[in-house]
Design a protein around this ligand. Structure first.
Ligand code: URA
Length: 192
């Protein structure tokens, strides 16, 4: 796909999806949460779906999980604004923060594909099982795939724990693995 002007094309995309009614998630959302960050970044983070605060503000990862992500980014000297673009596999909040359903992910996937084509990241970090399985055809869970470097259409996929999982499992092991993984990600974008 050829893009004329990234910013304009992105704005057209945002305008187009704000009235999306492709799946039932449109019924209870406050607003669509397309994504946030630098359209020229080499790094993309992909979460699961917006939560309550994201749905209110229209920005991904601004709630408790997002605050933990910000701490991790800060410790690794990564800037949300400069170094990355962040989005989710579904762009509307699943009610009561339930997991996104298969058909909802299916209906929403062309939006994520478009974002990847426009931004052209070198590294994508799926956060948690749902996002990891969007990219990797595996029955393995995130505890086995985290920190591994995989290829997806020429893009490196490095899964990490979802920050909500880290919040629920504040063991030394989980925290240590998360730190290891963000350092792998950082190294990959520096050596791209
Ligand atoms: N959890 C996600 O997966 N995405 C968000 O945007 C917020 C919480």
């Amino acid at each position: 796909m050829e893009f004329k002007n990234k910013q304009d094309d992105y704005q057209d995309f945002v305008n187009k999806i704000k009235d999306c009614k492709l799946c039932r998630l449109c019924e209870k959302r406050t607003q669509v949460v397309p994504g946030y960050g630098n359209l020229d970044a080499d790094l993309m983070f992909v979460g699961e779906g917006p939560g309550e605060q994201e749905d209110e503000l229209g920005i991904p990862f601004v709630g408790r999980a997002g605050q933990l992500l910000d701490k991790i980014f800060k410790a690794a000297d990564l800037s949300r604004e400069k170094d990355m673009y962040i989005t989710n596999i579904v762009k509307c909040r699943p009610p009561e923060n339930r997991d996104p359903e298969k058909d909802e992910i299916e209906e929403c996937k062309s939006y994520l594909y478009y974002q990847i084509e426009l931004i052209k990241p070198k590294v994508i970090v799926p956060l948690g099982n749902y996002s990891m399985r969007f990219f990797l055809d595996t029955t393995l869970g995130i505890t086995k795939t985290r920190g591994t470097i995989n290829d997806w259409n020429g893009i490196k996929i490095i899964p990490m724990y979802h920050p909500s999982y880290v919040l629920r499992n504040q063991s030394k092991k989980v925290k240590g693995e998360t730190w290891q993984d963000i350092l792998i990600v950082k190294k990959m974008i520096m050596n791209k």
